[in-house]
Design a protein around this ligand. Structure first.
Ligand code: SAH
Length: 409
């Protein structure tokens, strides 16, 4: 029998609109011995069924898995994963047939032949709150953001292997950083491989499953990197917060004159160097600097800096709502420095991946930065997360990545 959670009167309202979170304040009481991460049945004050989800102590007390009164079993996981896969087939990222190069109808999209790294499951966006699965070639990297998903990892891996049969050979589980208090061990749940080179738009990169951030690579910037490539010809590029160098090697392929990559992490800089070498061996155009981004910008001359294509893709400055105000100040400060240094006729790609910072907040912070620097600035593009990071329409909080491409006179 599933344990039950009883809501306070009237607190089911957001759930009737399919919002997938139940906050602790909405709960009247719970059955005895409801354990962290267990599957619970949620009912309203009259005892009517509302939802089934994972329970966890904290402000988000239940993450809803389904609004149907069903068991969370093998059939449930396969059906959710199958639907996630169908969506990636629909957007041309996953092969329709069983094998990467073997489509039954011969209609493999050109992107598919050049990209084997994408997000298969994006939490709430795929009706699986707390679960992330990225694919790198025939390896899936799975990450739990909730205790419920951690406890279900073997069941999910089994369903994933079945749904992805013929497409993946390995499943790597990586939740050490997302569930530190659980101390989950990273490791393979299926297969094992040393081959950690993946392909994005024909460019190769090492994925550091073992120690890298997120699942090892930021797959969410794929489309934005492509756009950058188009603007790179003949430019002097500064890639701030480069991590594994994604934007840098796109800029190089786009014909940049020089590319400088900056990150404060020595490991990131090492990976950037290896990735550039992998795609452009012995190319003298690239140089990487292990330095703090703010200090690096400060050290440039306002008038003599010749960078005319700058990328600012910092880590989330605000991880929760309380940090919003300071985060916005941080975005303003960072962008102001870039506006002060960018050469005339320059193009700035600037991003925020903080979920609590809205598109309008961010635009306002960048607007303030431009005004403080006194530059003439035009918005060329407004960017966001790619289609394999879908937003559940009932969960607007799922929108997290936003960016602006600016022309600075
Ligand atoms: N643009 C990258 C992703 C950036 S992730 C990509 O396309 O893959 C954010 C990066 O910022 C991390 O690599 C982190 O090491 C780096 N970072 C964090 N604080 C920093 C700082 N103060 N100065 C420079 N880099 C920083």
């Amino acid at each position: 029998m599933m344990k039950q959670i009883y809501l306070k009167r009237g607190k089911e309202e957001s759930l009737l609109r399919f919002h997938p979170w139940i906050f602790s304040g909405a709960i009247h009481h719970t059955d005895k011995d409801v354990e962290e991460g267990c599957v619970v049945r949620v009912v309203n004050d009259k005892g009517d069924f509302i939802a089934v989800g994972h329970y966890q102590q904290g402000s988000i007390a239940v993450r809803v898995l389904t609004f149907n009164d069903v068991e969370i079993d093998h059939q449930f996981w396969t059906s959710r994963l199958h639907s996630a896969l169908q969506m990636r087939i629909a957007i041309g990222l996953a092969p329709p047939g069983d094998h990467l190069n073997d489509s039954p109808c011969g209609a493999v999209s050109p992107l598919l032949k050049k990209t084997n790294a994408f997000r298969l499951v994006h939490g709430e966006g795929d009706l699986l709150p707390g679960l992330i699965i990225d694919l790198y070639g025939d390896t899936a990297v799975m990450q739990a953001h909730s205790i419920g998903m951690h406890l279900a990892r073997h069941a999910i891996a089994k369903a994933l292997a079945q749904v992805m049969e013929g497409r993946i050979s390995n499943i790597y589980y990586k939740s050490e950083t997302t569930l530190p208090f659980m101390e989950p061990e990273n490791g393979f749940l299926l297969g094992q491989t040393d081959n950690n080179i993946a392909i994005e738009n024909g460019l190769q990169f090492y994925v550091d499953w073992l120690r890298g951030q997120k699942t090892g690579f930021f797959v969410d910037q794929r489309d934005n990197r492509s756009l950058l490539e188009k603007y790179a010809r003949g430019r002097q590029v500064l890639n701030m917060f480069c991590y594994t160098g994604g934007f840098s090697f796109y800029a190089m392929r786009g014909g940049a004159e020089l590319v400088h990559s900056v990150d404060s992490s020595a490991k990131a800089i090492e990976l950037t160097r290896r990735n550039v070498e992998l795609n452009f061996p012995n190319d003298p155009r690239h140089e990487a600097f292990c330095e703090d981004a703010f200090k690096f910008l400060d050290s440039l001359s306002n008038t003599k800096s010749s960078y005319n294509l700058i990328i600012l893709d910092p880590p989330a400055f605000a991880k929760h709502r309380g940090a919003l105000h300071n985060a916005l100040k941080g975005y303003t400060r960072l962008n102001q420095k870039a506006f002060e240094k960018i050469a005339s006729g320059g193009i700035l790609f600037t991003f925020s991946c903080s979920q609590v910072v809205t598109k309008d907040h961010f635009r306002n912070a960048v607007f303030t930065a431009a005004a403080l620097a006194g530059r003439k600035v035009r918005i060329l593009h407004q960017l966001h997360q790619p289609a394999d990071h879908p937003i559940n329409i009932y969960h607007p909080e799922g929108e997290y990545l936003k960016g602006l491409v600016l022309y600075v006179e």
